[in-house]
Structure formats: structure tokens, C-alpha cells
Design a protein around this ligand. Sequence first.
Ligand code: GLY
Ligand code: MN
Ligand code: MN
Length: 435
Amino acid sequence: MEEFKARRARLLNALPADSVVLLPSASHKVRNRDAEYPFRQDSDFFYLTGFKEDNALLVLSNKQGKQACVLFCQAKNPEMELWTGKRLGIEAAPAQLGVDSALDITSLDEKLVDFIADSQHFYACWGKDEHWDKRFLAALGQVKNMARKGVAAPQHMDALEPVLHNMRLFKDTHELARMRKAAAISAKAHTLTMQACQPGKAEYELESVFIGHCLQQGARFQAYNPIVGAGENACILHYNDNDQPIAAGDLILIDAGCEWDHYASDITRTFPASGKFSAEQKALYQICLDAQHAAIAQVAPGKHFNQPHEAAVAVICKGLLQLGLLQGELADIIKNETYKAFYMHRTSHWLGMDVHDVGDYKQAGQWRELQPGMVLTIEPGIYVAPDNMAVDARWRGIGIRIEDDVLVTDAGHEVLTAAVVKSVADIETLMASHV
Ligand code: GLY
Ligand code: MN
Ligand code: MN
């Protein structure tokens, strides 16, 4: 509870005087008819509350120099709880969550007016959800109608995201503990999946090994839909069908990571179905791995966000040039981006509660400087399209990505996902111990 309380105080301290913040929880989403998607709390809301229920809204205020924190949530209701599960309830919420008070969510519209009244700055995630925009604006309209009573309406409609997401970009020790746990479970799941691989199995069988391990460890949710692509499917960046058979000569690309208590991991490994890389697979794999090492070496305080990408691109271009997949001068290939036929995505994104986590990548038009506490992925890839007639047939249809999660530390970096092997020799050794 203390960590969430401290974050709320930190947020309020970062806002101008006389601010009010309104932040709703996530809501249930229908998948089809009466079946819903599994509920996942809104990341911003969880970051500030630690509260897992839907149908709730957090109000923060620092009006007249006084910080206040009120949670609107569902009242206890034994009849409803019999169907939909236990609720914390209004009475228990302050002690459990450390909020100053809790109110019934059914009274939200009438009570919002009081919180907005006499505030100068109205912070919300404007434009994110039409339903909430409308409700907040309706309440603002009511406050404006109170002008003759001497009530002041906010003069500023402010976006909550820049300040809140800048906080989320720097992971505190509680967050890092959760990210390490997610990383450890996913690393082990990748290891077990590699060991379970055999030609003749289907992609979904490997997916089941991965997800099965995560579930056994209590990580009930994946941070994103797993990608299990065998052979040419590895060249489809967001492949999710995972339903094809695995052939002996295939490389298999698995991009999968579980979520632990709302924190993501994001790992990719690529390995040969038979346990041994072919000469072509090995040559491209080694370039990709060298690119990843070069990129990881660029993760340190004072480097900027794009430096790992630039390092990866340089290694990939050089390697593909040497193998004859690219032609011309190295500098031209990089400048003209002809390498994008083989490496079309970027090397990194922020990682945290969301797999593509929040936080600006540029500030004042410049790539952001890396600082301790930031976590980013390093995920170079090489993909030779099956129909790329500009290269020898033996290269076609090979897809490789190697992805780790990297924390920026005072001294440089720490690879949170280092427990799963990635060198050619280590993969071949691991796969020889088939289980
Ligand atoms: N798994 C999503 C990504 O690598 O960005
Ligand atoms: Mn990623
Ligand atoms: Mn990934």
C-alpha cells in the first residue's frame, strides 16, 4: 500500500497548485455475446492504486494546498458478489488502499462536481475514452453553471499522461521486483519450450509448453499474444496463428512473455527445430546475435535511445554485405535504408506495465537520454522474405529475432532475461537435452 500512496503523493507534488485528477479503472469488455475478455486493470490506474476491480475511479486533488485522495468503488453487495466475485467495498477501501476516503461509484456524477469546483487544472486522460470524456465534460459544465454562486471552474484542461507516464518510465524497486519475476518465469518457459521442440509437432504445442509453464508459476496472463512461427512464418512480424506443423529444417521464432502482477516481460528466441542450425541459418543467426550484443553494449546512462538501434543496424548491414545479401557501400546502405528489406522494425521499446510501455522517446525533437531505472527491449531481427528473388534461394524464408529486456543501471545495464540461452553453441547443447 505504501508504494502506491507514495506514487500518488509524488504525482500530486509534480502538479500545479489547485489541480484535480480523475482516473477511471478499466472496464469489462465483451468478447462475444455473454463471454468477456479476461479483465485486466488499466495500467495507470493500477500504478496509482494497486486496486484490481473494475467500475472504480480515482480522484486526486491538491486544492488549497491540501492533498486528497478519494476512491469511488463498488459497494459490497452479497447478491452480486455471489455471481461476480468478492468486492473490497467502500468501508474497507481506505485501510486497504491507503486512500483518504471511499465513495460509492453510483454517486459519481453528482459528487464529481464538488471535486472539480474551485480547481484550476483539470487533469485526465482526455481523448482516451469517449464515455469518460463526456462524463467529465458534463460535470465541468455543471461547475461552470455555478459561477453565480461564486464557484470557480478549472481554466485548464490538462493531459495527465505526460507527467504520469514520465513517472512510469523510471521503474522503482517494487516495479523492478515484479519485472524480474516476469522475466524469470518467461526465461524458464523459453528454455522448456526449446527443449520440448521436435519436428512434427505443431506451433501451438510449443505455445502450450510456454503458456503452461507461466500458468504453473501463477502468471495467468501473457503480456501479449505469443508468436510461435516455424519456417517462413518467422518472417511475419506479428504472426499469431501458431497453427502450422514444424518441419525438420525450420527455424522457430518464439516471441512470448508473461505478465507478473501487471508487469510485462518480452523475450524472443529463435532456434532450429532439429536442434542444429544449418550453415545459412547459423550465418544469419550469428549476425543477429552480434547485432544484439552491440546494441546491448550501447545501453548505459548518457547514451540516447537510438544508439542501440544504430549499433544493431550497423552490424546487420555489415554482415549482410559480407554474405552478399546486400550490395554496395556500407554507408550508402545505412543512409538509404536498403537494409529495411531484411530489418524493417526498430530495435527497442520501453517495457513496463505495458509491453510497449509509456514514456516519450524524444524530448524537444532529440532522442531521449537513457537514465537508470528505464527498461527497454533490445530486439534486432533479420528476415529474408520467402519471395525475395534478389537473394540466393538458400537464404529465403529464414526469419530471426533475438530479444532481451534490459534495465539501465548506474554502471551501465543489466539484462533481466539473461537466463535463457542464445549463443549457437548453447542453443544446440540445450536442445540436445530434449525433454
Ligand atoms: N512482442 C512485442 C514486441 O516485441 O514488441
Ligand atoms: Mn518487444
Ligand atoms: Mn517481443
